[in-house]
Design a protein around this ligand. Structure first.
Ligand code: IPE
Ligand code: IPE
Ligand code: MG
Length: 276
């Protein structure tokens, strides 16, 4: 089923408004937090919250894809989450598998690339297989890159990259002077994925929880009190409107940023005049 055909006219208008800002993040990363508390509020088991959280995943993937976001990275399960009670961990693994089985066809039809970052060899074999197959079958798609962070921890990723670089130096493939920002990034699980422009964390927690420590160096951060199961496309639109109003300075001054925007605008106008 094509997501464009299913989209309501009101939703289309909202998306057009956001697009008109010209400031759609290329990469959004989300710490999807608050499923357990949401379930508690309903007097239900935590797993009930995780199940409802999947509905938010479906809605956000769909909206992000339609609006033209290129990369969406979802923190679904951290390395630290292995410390949770086995019943919850097993339930989460099962839900992940069911989600991929159920949604694969529609995601693929809508050109989504399903990628995984994390220490996947700790996952049950069946989950590893479905993640591998999903990537193999979708890797040439042209749409949204959905990066699922599963059994992911940024310190683990950074340590692993350092070990691999050290091995390559010892093996004579690299010399220490070759180690630059770019080279280091290329050894991470997120190699080939641009750094996130926008990080969203739900549930009113103000921390990073070992997520993308290197990659978030200059990301804009948006915190919301909404619990993940309540975070649907309209919440995403609020985050995007907030993002569009921000000025990303990357260490420069505000007037430098405005000057360069004015200059590039002027350059565009001159180019158009020249072409006429
Ligand atoms: C986020 O919700 C999902 C995962 C970490 C898997 P939580 O399960 O952390 O929910 P809270 O934070 O306990 O409410
Ligand atoms: C972060 O949520 C990990 C995911 C959303 C998958 P947690 O709920 O595990 O984070 P902490 O432990 O409260 O920081
Ligand atoms: Mg939590």
């Amino acid at each position: 089923m094509s997501w464009i055909k299913e989209q309501s006219p009101e939703d289309k208008d909202k998306q057009e408004l956001i697009k008109s800002t010209g400031k759609i993040p290329q990469h959004i990363a989300i710490i999807m937090d608050g499923n357990g508390r949401w379930a508690n509020q309903q007097g239900k088991q935590r797993l009930f919250g995780h199940r409802e959280g999947i509905e938010s995943v479906r809605d956000i993937v769909n909206a992000a894809s339609l609006i033209g976001v290129k990369h969406l990275t979802l923190y679904a399960f951290s390395i630290e989450n292995w410390k949770r009670p086995p019943m919850e961990v097993n339930g989460l693994m099962k839900l992940l598998e069911i989600f991929l089985q159920k949604e694969f066809k529609e995601l693929n039809e809508n050109q989504v690339v399903i990628n995984t970052i994390g220490k996947t060899n700790s996952l049950p074999k069946s989950v590893q297989k479905i993640l591998r197959d999903s990537y193999e079958k979708t890797k040439d798609n042209s749409g949204l890159h959905l990066n699922l962070a599963i059994s992911y921890g940024s310190r683990w990723d950074i340590m692993r990259a350092i070990q691999m670089i050290a091995l390559d130096v010892r093996g004579g493939k690299l010399s220490p002077e070759d180690i630059t920002d770019e080279l280091f990034s290329s050894y991470l699980q997120t190699a080939n994925i641009p750094d996130p422009d926008l990080l969203i964390r739900t549930s009113g927690e103000y921390r990073i929880s070992n997520f993308l420590l290197w990659e978030l160096a200059y990301s804009e951060i948006y915190f919301t009190e909404k619990l993940w199961p309540e975070f649907r496309r309209d919440e995403l639109y609020s985050a995007l409107m907030d993002y569009a109003r921000r000025e990303r300075r990357f260490g420069k001054t505000s007037s430098q940023i405005n000057e360069s925007t004015e200059q590039s605008y002027l350059k565009k106008v001159i180019d158009v005049i020249k072409r006429k």
